[in-house]
Design a protein around this ligand. Structure first.
Ligand code: KG4
Ligand code: ZN
Length: 344
């Protein structure tokens, strides 16, 4: 154990909620000693999306390997680890069970505490890794494949939800639009890339306001407008300008996200705003948020792209704060596929 002291709290974290098998060693909640991720994207691409049973089978193949590598890269052994953190929800049940069973077996054999982590709390905690000055309270926009939430992070692991999507999650909208124009899976990064060559004002798409709920999101109207545009173009034999379509769609999503996040920070009186989740790696969102925060005098926080999409370092960061609070899991810890934010 090189360079670590006996007071250091080392978390071995495991993440397997969707299509990434990941393990990481995190020191004192903020220092990442290793961050190993194996992605199943290549396996699922042929099916156009994640196939749950295949995901579980891929996790069981990869899980020991990623843990072994995470320990080796961190230059620590299992005995040096203080506690084992693991995502137990939300996510695909079979996928989650692989990580949970593995973490339990390791914790039991090595006589280490087990800390079950909420996947979304992990995404939010990714912001602590590279921002040593960031402490709650702050506003956080959570945008992943399954979630779109605007929250106030009141304390570590404590969230007040002030807005949410009424239909699709932001990442889901990216994935569906990408599929419709033939960009393939996973859609977010592909739309992001195509949009760089396009004109964001080429097509006017709706912004999806929810009447009477200024902090809620809606992406189904936007998605339908984009699909209608594609169908209409195909019907009249017109070629679709993919970069323009991607840029115009993305512009609509980004405007919806940025305007509500800034409004929340302003109205609730917070000068710190963070973003989290896979969509937080979107280049247009990051630059629009940066600019809006600057104008508003708000400090903008965002994880590096590698910590935005699924990884275990963010689970290690969240597990550290749960461990400090004494939130250790029992041997009955189970996968909870529809675990809500704020629940344990
Ligand atoms: O957080 P995440 O890795 O997994 C979930 O917890 O859902 O998010 C995955 C989502 C996918 O929908 C993916 O298309 C989207 O994040 N995503 C992006 C980008 N990178 C990933 N969306 C827009 N732009 C990106 N660069
Ligand atoms: Zn995620």
């Amino acid at each position: 154990m090189i360079g670590n002291t006996s007071e250091d709290i080392l978390i071995l974290a495991i993440e397997s909620s969707c299509d990434e098998t990941a393990a990481s060693v995190v020191k004192n909640g903020r220092t990442v000693l290793s961050n190993v991720i194996t992605s199943q994207i290549a396996t699922h691409t042929v099916y156009g999306g994640v196939v749950p049973e295949i995901a579980s089978r891929e996790h069981i193949k990869a899980v020991n390997y990623v843990i072994e590598r995470a320990l080796a890269e961190a230059q620590v052994s299992l005995e040096d680890i203080t506690a084992i953190g693991v995502t137990y929800g939300p996510g695909l049940v079979g996928a989650l069970l692989v990580g949970v069973a593995e973490a339990k077996a390791l914790a039991y054999a090595a006589k280490k505490p087990l800390v079950g982590v909420h996947h979304i709390e992990g995404h939010v905690s990714a912001n602590f890794i590279e921002n040593p000055d960031l402490e709650p309270p702050f506003v956080c926009l959570i945008v992943s494949g399954g979630h779109t939430h605007l929250v106030i992070v009141k304390d570590y692991g404590e969230f007040e939800i002030i807005g949410r999507t009424r239909d699709d999650a932001a990442g889901e909208a990216f994935d569906k639009v990408a599929r419709a124009v033939g960009l393939g899976y996973p859609g977010g990064p592909k739309v992001d890339k195509a949009a760089r060559e396009g004109n964001p004002h080429a097509m006017e798409f709706p912004r999806g306001k929810v009447d009477g709920s200024p902090y809620d999101f809606s992406f189904s109207g936007l998605k339908s407008a984009v699909l209608n545009h594609i169908n209409h173009a195909r019907m009249i034999g017109e070629e679709i300008n993919v970069p323009d379509l991607a840029a115009s769609f993305q512009n609509s999503v980004v405007e919806s996200l940025v305007s509500r996040a800034i409004l929340a920070a302003r109205e609730f009186g917070y000068k710190k705003l963070a973003i989290a989740g896979g969509v937080a790696s979107n280049t247009a969102l990051r630059s629009a948020m940066e600019e809006a925060c600057k104008k508003e005098g708000i400090k903008f926080y965002h994880p590096s792209p590698i910590f935005c999409t699924d990884n275990a370092a963010m689970i290690g960061a969240a597990a550290y704060y749960e461990y400090l609070k004494g939130n250790v899991s029992g041997w009955d810890l189970n996968a909870v596929p529809n675990l809500k934010l704020g629940e344990r």
